[in-house]
Ligand binder design. Sequence first.
Ligand SMILES: [Zn+2]
Length: 181
Amino acid sequence: MRRGFKAEAERTSTEVRVRLGIGKAERLPLELLASSLGAELRSAGDLIDIARLEEIERIQPGAFSACTFEIGERHVVVWNPLSTPGRISSDIAHELSHLLLKHSVQQVETVGDLTFFGCDPDEEQEANWLAGCLLLPRALLVVELRKRATADSIADKYQVSTQMANHRLRASGAMRQVLGH
Ligand SMILES: [Zn+2]
């Protein structure tokens, strides 16, 4: 990741919350962020048969998380309803991060009869990092840790995976700031 990106991502996350009128320790409504970026969120289950999605999942587990289509001026973020709620939040936040970072919509790759979106590895890392900052900004984690929250309680309250909560507690520096380790 390029120098300064992590601090920049934390700032972007703060700016987004201010712009949307969301408090620093509130759950970020992804629908609201999406519409502010001119994007629409759609479950893949609205677009294709759920049996087809289940088949894709069976053939290649985790192959489809979420993707973004560009339709004229609009973007449509399609997410996988078979994923856990925590994973869905991360996947949508990841897609919206690409839009916030003004990454170009990915080129299409075809594997068998399935279509995937190839991504630049640097842009992928940036989108992953920003997604974590959007869902669990450092300031939010500091507030939660001061209330003796755990990774599990944070995951539950903010609809993210425990893995994401653990990652952000360490990576954001919140744990070191509040607990000293
Ligand atoms: Zn991506």
